[in-house]
Design a protein around this ligand. Structure first.
Ligand code: AMP
Length: 496
């Protein structure tokens, strides 16, 4: 097995990796580090979870050290562009860890924070700058930043940047950056618009392609409640309070809504029921978003309500359950959402709440992902509960962990038990019965489907599969007639 030292990394970086406790490179690191160290451009087809941040950061740190140039005034030597503020902060934190002993200065600038502070940060320049495109251009326009000093340019999650409407920002950034830079380009999917972008940004890039180490369907048990809209809150509250058992020990729950308003409403209504939660969405200030994530990560507030702004890129270990309180109208988004659980080789549970008017979305999700969602029964006398002691009835404040239900079919870490499966003969929504012990079928479509690595969560072999699990992302934007289904260039997450 290849070691980090064999990949040619320097001693300070190796020591930093040692401190992080990384013993072996992931496939993308193994493939990407040697050519990046040689100064080649790179096209990485990979999702978060594959170790791609280190794949571009480690060799770049070494190259910056070796070149040993002065920090340029009001500029940076390495620029990393990320689609969301949270991802940018996460990358900057990783850069600080990996470069801890390399003596490089790292700064992060994202929207939703004080521009004045960013101006001050950049005045003397920095070695590594991680930024979201909008704020970066703001600062360039204000003449607080220029891109003249760039030696390495990284585009991370390029497909999401296109989805968020950053195409013009990216083109502008490309014009402003020096031509003789090295470019490292990462995208989870490769639709046509991304291919065009790659050819504009990269010069004869080395291409590497991997799927995430813990892909969705392999490690995530997916369930479904058919529930009326007006019953969803009661059901959620009962699950969180352990009054209605669901598979898996409910420890840290990420709940997705379609809209910002919907997320806030759930927070408010849960609070009325005595459950503390935070919301994270595009209307929250950056400090609020970061605080919500921190409290969730640390387990202080283990219930987080999110719009799709948090569905991708964010690495939150220990999410036991993802609840799709409202189904996404873009089926690929379902894959990204549920991919927030089952991180770092652990198993996870995804539960979808589907109301009558969401059946079409469910159908799309099934079609695109090939996923089976096992139907779970609603609580006994549920309608009476909803109408009688509805969720607005104040209840004593009880921290979720103390009222944790006896976990259904609890299993040792990383091991899936039959007991976790649906009871024998229970009806599926399509009316078919599922025989006992019937496992979810493996994704038949290989790497084009979530969980298509077929490797039981093993690290994927370098180069295998061609495309990461990204929910059939490659055909995004081919006009399936779904709202928001367009891939390249069209902002579709503007409201999240
Ligand atoms: P990323 O895809 O960069 O978001 O990384 C996903 C997770 O894997 C992060 O929590 C990293 O800290 C972790 N990670 C990255 N490389 C390695 C490695 N070689 N060994 C163990 N963990 C790693």
């Amino acid at each position: 097995m290849t070691t980090f030292a064999e990949l040619g990394l320097s001693q300070p970086v190796l020591q930093a990796l040692d401190m992080k406790g990384y013993s072996t490179p992931t496939p993308i690191q193994e493939q990407a580090i040697p050519p990046v160290l040689k100064g080649r451009d790179l096209l990485g087809i990979a999702q978060t979870g594959t170790g791609k941040t280190a794949a571009f950061m480690l060799p770049s740190i070494d190259r910056l050290r070796e070149a040993d140039k002065q920090i340029p005034f009001k500029s940076c030597r390495m620029l990393v562009l990320a689609p969301t503020r949270e991802l940018a902060v996460q990358i900057a934190d990783s850069a600080k860890d990996y470069g801890a002993l390399a003596g490089l200065k790292v700064q992060c600038i994202v929207g939703g924070t004080s521009v004045g502070k960013d101006r001050n940060k950049l005045h003397r320049g920095t070695d590594i700058l991680v930024a979201t495109p909008g704020r970066l251009l703001d600062l360039i326009e204000q003449k607080a930043l220029n891109l003249n000093g760039i030696e390495v340019l990284v585009l991370d999650e390029a497909d999401q940047m296109l989805d968020l409407g950053f195409i013009h920002a990216l083109r502008k950034i490309k014009e402003l950056a020096p031509k003789d830079r090295q470019t490292l380009f990462f995208s989870a999917t490769m639709p046509k618009a991304i291919k065009e972008l790659v050819s504009g940004f990269c010069n004869n890039p080395v291409q590497v392609s991997v799927t995430p180490q813990s892909t969705t369907a392999e490690r995530i048990d997916q369930y479904l409640f058919m529930v009326q809209q007006d019953e969803k809150l009661s059901l959620l509250e009962m699950i969180l309070k352990g009054r209605h058992e669901v598979p898996g020990a409910v420890e840290r729950v990420l709940i997705f809504t379609r809209t910002k308003h919907g997320a806030d409403r759930v927070v408010k209504r849960l609070a009325q029921g005595g459950i503390e939660s935070n919301a994270i969405h595009g209307n929250k200030s950056q400090p609020q978003r970061q605080r919500a994530l921190d409290e969730f990560r640390k387990g202080r507030v283990p219930v987080l309500i999110a719009t799709d702004v948090a569905a991708r890129g964010i690495d939150i270990p220990g999410v036991s359950h993802v609840i799709n309180y409202e189904l996404p109208n873009v089926p690929e988004q379902y894959v990204h959402r549920i991919g927030r659980t089952a991180r770092a080789g652990k198993d996870g549970v995804a539960i979808a709440f589907c109301a009558e008017d969401e059946r079409a979305y469910l159908k799309d999700i099934r079609k695109v992902t090939g996923a089976e969602l096992d139907r779970l029964p609603l609580p006994d006398n549920f309608r009476a509960v909803v109408e009688g002691e509805g969720p607005t009835k104040p209840a004593p404040r009880v921290p979720m962990k103390r009222v944790q239900p006896r976990p259904v079919g609890q299993r040792p870490q990383g091991q899936r038990a039959q007991g976790d499966r649906k009871p024998q003969g229970e009806r599926r929504p399509d009316g078919e019965r599922r025989p006992q012990g019937d496992r979810k079928p493996q994704q038949s479509q290989g790497a084009a489907r979530p969980g298509g690595n077929g490797g039981g969560g093993d690290r994927r072999q370098p180069g295998s599969g061609g495309r990461p699990s990204g929910g059939g992302g490659g055909d995004r934007g081919r006009g399936r007639g779904r709202p928001g289904g367009g891939g390249g260039g069209r902002p579709r997450s503007a409201s999240v």
